[in-house]
Design a protein around this ligand. Structure first.
Ligand code: CS2
Ligand code: MG
Length: 404
């Protein structure tokens, strides 16, 4: 069996997605997600100009060799662009291998370790009543674990609370520049514990609650927040500090028992080394799409599992249904599964990417279709071309840039 074509499909059914479509001489196709939110075209070029030509003629069954060839053979390694491109190849080849075997991918990863996959969804609001309504709406959709993101009094536009207000007065023209959001750590640290106290009073002690600090705190600020949230028994506090400073988590860990999750911006196991070896975190958060694919994610979960650390694959709406499907096959198979983030996608996106996975009563399942279980509607994808779009930029009250 040989690879005869490797096509990069860019489509924007409401937001941009980059998909690699690999085709063999037997006519079997495999899909891989290569979406890097706000920097999509960098990955398109990496794949189209530097990787796809190297795939033609290769045996698609040699997945590990392809991975090592693209990782070590490039000389320049790691980073989100490189690893998103490699991930797309890895997942597309696993898709092909499983299709040829006539099995859903999870069966090639050791078979099912569980019957279903617990998901968490995103609740948010600028006020407590809005947050409460958002939690109830998710509960009506079946979610049984919920992330809470809140506005902060005095701030106009904050991560995780849907708004398109640009606070620097610039027209939030997503075609030309990022929306500017504002931030004030002191105001946030005073307010967030009160939000979780109110949510616990409203919804009781048992509902698993999560919160994403989104890289914004210093180590001591994160330690303080972790401690202040302990009475509200969070499932986890995510990205409490800028993730690349692994040592920062050591100080946080010394001050709080609030479980810690980190890693959605990580793209190789080396980003986690101290965090896993010294048990500084409780959940690893990488996405299949940004970590080089299914092959390295399985190795990461095996390594993390030796220290009691669990999986929590990144699953917001900017991970395409292809990336989500690959995640679900891993979630079903690995033993140290923690939880799966699932924002879901628009109806149009689900028409472009027809998938076998299901979400019912708060749980996901990848389905039994051969491969990863996703089919790309080429015609519908072509009808929604790329639109330039950026992630917001955060500025403090004095105008300086801060982590978003
Ligand atoms: C967030 C993401 O879901 C999360 O945990 O951190 O939504 C993140 O903001 C986006 O993926 C960035 O593209
Ligand atoms: Mg996050």
């Amino acid at each position: 069996m040989k690879i005869v074509d490797a096509k990069v499909v860019v489509t924007s059914p409401g937001r941009n997605f980059v998909t690699l479509q690999v085709t063999t001489d037997d006519g079997v196709t495999g899909l891989g997600d290569a979406t890097l939110n706000g920097r999509e075209l960098a990955v398109v070029s990496y794949l189209r100009d530097h990787v796809a030509p190297l795939l033609i003629g290769r045996d698609p069954h040699r997945i590990e060799d392809a991975w090592q060839y693209l990782y070590r053979g490039a000389y320049w390694r790691r980073g989100p662009v490189t690893m998103a491109a490699i991930a797309a190849v890895d997942v597309a080849l696993w898709d092909i291998k499983a299709k040829v075997a006539g099995l859903p991918l999870y069966q090639l990863l050791g078979g099912a370790s569980r019957d279903r996959i617990r998901a968490y969804g995103h609740a948010n609001g600028s006020s407590l009543p809005e947050i409460f309504d958002s939690v109830r709406a998710l509960q009506e959709r079946g979610y049984q674990a919920i992330r809470i993101q809140s506005g902060v009094p005095g701030l106009k536009s904050v991560y995780g609370v849907h708004t398109t207000t640009s606070v620097d007065g610039s027209a939030p023209d997503v075609l030309a520049r990022p929306v500017v959001e504002d931030w004030d750590t002191a105001a946030y640290l005073r307010y967030i514990p009160r939000v979780f106290e109110a949510v616990r009073n409203e919804f009781g002690p048992d509902l698993p609650l999560l919160h994403d600090a989104h890289h914004r705190l210093s180590p001591i600020e994160a330690a303080r927040l972790g401690k202040d949230l302990e009475p509200y028994d969070l499932f986890w506090l995510e990205d409490c500090t800028p993730a690349e400073d692994q040592e920062a988590l050591r100080l946080v860990r010394q001050h709080t028992t609030t479980p810690l999750a980190i890693g959605e911006v990580f793209n190789t196991v080396f980003d986690y080394q101290t965090l896993i070896d010294d048990r500084l975190i409780d959940y690893v958060r990488s996405a299949v799409t940004h970590f080089g694919g299914v092959s390295p994610m399985k190795k990461l979960f095996d390594y993390a599992g030796q220290r009691g650390i669990k999986s929590a694959i990144h699953g917001p709406e900017d991970i395409s249904p292809v990336g989500m499907a690959a995640a679900l096959h891993l979630d079903l198979a690995v033993h140290n599964f923690g939880i799966q983030e699932y924002s879901g996608h628009t109806d149009l996106t689900n028409e472009v990417f027809r998938h076998a996975y299901t979400f019912d009563d708060g749980y996901l399942h990848p389905g039994e279709a051969p491969g990863i279980g996703v089919e790309l509607d080429d015609e519908l994808a072509a009808a929604h071309p790329y639109e330039p779009g950026y992630l917001p930029v955060n500025r403090l009250q004095d105008g300086s840039v801060h982590d978003w």
